[in-house]
Ligand binder design. Structure first.
Ligand code: GLN
Length: 494
């Protein structure tokens, strides 16, 4: 192992502690950036980053250090080192959605979330690897190759935001952004043993986020502590004139309202989920154990019937592929980046050749599936039907939240699994999204909390959801649960 010359000088625990250390002159932003650059270099084999912005990160760190010395007060994210998924626009920087079709493309504007990070003094250290156009659950679908799970390099990190999850897991940045259309923040967080928050649909502007399925997509946050995640949410959420689907509901003071004692909660869980044959028995046992602890601590936890489990994955894949087939039609070789044509090709051949060689197999499969479900003879049978199921789910959700404050679910049927295990069986891969897609179909906020260790040595979490736009109570209960129910890491070795 290469020793890290700055590791003795720099220790990171939370943004709050980092800011205290900066103000007490115990560290500097330059030291922080040097530490993370070294860490990225040292763990290059993980393949978490597709671009590292070393020089400009150091330059910005220097500027911040000087401004602090002049006595300027600290912006909310002063010197916070952030990595962003390769689907978020960062002006004048490469943006490829980890696809060959966007190779050599540079963003021409900042995504709203990125702009807000920069305005609060964050340092963007790089773009992270992901499944092509955020389609996948393992990061095996990237044009840049797979990302490795830092805890066991033979295992997947989850996806599609695998690079962003590993960047936080492996201490290559403080916090990171991903996107979650059907679980792509919560599931990799689960596989990597960190926190992953998907806010309510519309809480964070999607302006500058490359669209996969627009009525599902939401930017999410990875971190190691709830206060860090809450602070990021404070900064990047809220209305945006560039995204009409962003909510005008006022944002709450998430970070300032932590920690807080939560009153006894009414919590629902789905028996069908915990008794499901596909669920790893240890995951089921540990979540049942959590339910027992919650009861002992005065919460009311009750099983509710959920009769729609068989429908949610098909509904998700019909609707998201339909939206993707439309969203991805813009990548035609004329307006963006890559083109691949022989000189004699007519326009149709031009599109065909460019799209056939520019997109990877999973993306092409989804465009074809989406075009099929939207085609004249099948529209009502598939697309309309799936919209109706989505409405049913929303109704069911409203009913549940008229009686409960939160819902508990697993994140995934398994812990992180070996590369190749599911990529040969696409149906098994899609079915593994069963517990995460519910949140996106209904627009709810959901979080993955890394509470447990499996006897196979891999961490996993529990997924918690609250009602739309109740991120504050979600974060408050999360901070409490992280203190009360997190298994001791030492148990892993037993
Ligand atoms: N695994 C899901 C899919 O492949 C989730 C993707 C996502 O959330 N971006 O569609």
């Amino acid at each position: 192992m290469i020793s890290n010359p700055v590791s003795d000088l720099f220790k990171y625990t939370s943004i709050e502690q980092y800011h205290t250390d900066l103000l007490n002159s115990q560290t500097t932003c330059v030291e922080a950036v040097q530490f993370y650059l070294h860490s990225i270099q040292e763990k290059k084999q993980l393949n978490a980053f597709v671009q590292v912005y070393a020089e400009e990160a150091l330059k910005k760190a220097n500027e911040l250090d000087s401004s602090r010395k002049k006595g300027d007060s600290l912006a909310k994210l002063h010197g916070v080192v952030v990595a962003i998924k390769d689907v978020l626009s960062y002006k004048d920087h490469p943006l490829t959605a980890s696809s060959n079709i966007l190779r050599n493309f540079k963003a021409v504007y900042n995504a709203t979330a990125v702009e807000r990070l920069l305005l609060e003094g964050a340092i963007i250290i790089g773009h992270t690897n992901c499944d092509e156009f955020a389609m996948g659950s393992t990061n095996e679908n990237s044009a840049y190759g797979k990302v490795l799970n830092a805890l066991d390099e033979t295992k997947v990190p989850g996806g599609s935001s695998g690079g962003s999850a590993v960047a936080v897991q492996a201490d290559c940045c403080m916090v990171s952004l991903g996107s979650d259309t059907g679980g792509s923040v919560r599931q990799p967080a689960d596989f990597c043993g960190i926190i992953g928050l998907k806010p309510t649909y519309g809480r964070i502007s999607r302006y500058g986020l490359i669209a996969y399925a627009s009525s599902f997509d939401q930017i999410g946050i990875f971190g190691k502590t709830i206060p860090d995640v809450a602070l990021l949410l404070d900064v990047i959420s809220g209305a945006d004139e560039f995204d009409t689907t962003s909510s005008t509901k006022p944002i709450e003071k998430y970070a300032a309202s932590l920690p807080s004692k939560t009153k006894p909660l009414r919590i629902a869980y789905f028996k069908e989920a915990l008794e499901s044959e596909s669920l790893d028995i240890e995951i089921s046992t540990k979540i049942k154990g959590l339910i027992e602890s919650l009861r002992q601590d005065g919460h009311h936890v009750e099983a509710v019937d959920f009769e729609y489990f068989d429908y949610i994955v098909p509904t998700y894949y019909i609707l998201t592929t339909a939206e993707a087939s439309s969203n991805l039609s813009r990548f035609d070789g004329i307006r963006y980046g890559f083109r691949n044509v022989d000189k004699k090709a007519d326009l149709t051949e031009f599109y065909c050749q460019t799209r056939s060689s520019g997109f990877g197999w999973e993306v092409k499969k989804r465009i074809m599936l989406g075009s099929f479900v939207l085609s004249a003879g099948y529209y009502d049978a598939y697309f309309t039907k799936a919209q109706q199921v989505r409405q049913l789910l929303v109704k069911k959700t409203n009913l549940i939240f008229s009686q409960f404050d939160a819902i508990i679910l697993p994140n995934s049927p398994d812990t992180a699994f070996p590369f190749g295990e599911k990529s040969k069986d696409p149906i098994a891969m899609y079915l593994a999204d069963i517990f995460t897609v519910f949140c996106n179909l209904t627009g709810l906020p959901g979080i993955s909390l890394p509470l447990f260790w499996h006897s196979n040595g891999i961490p996993f979490g529990v997924q918690v959801m609250t009602y739309r736009f109740s991120e504050l109570s979600l974060l408050q209960l999360s901070s409490q649960w992280m203190q009360l129910y997190k298994e001791d890491r030492i148990r892993r070795t037993k």
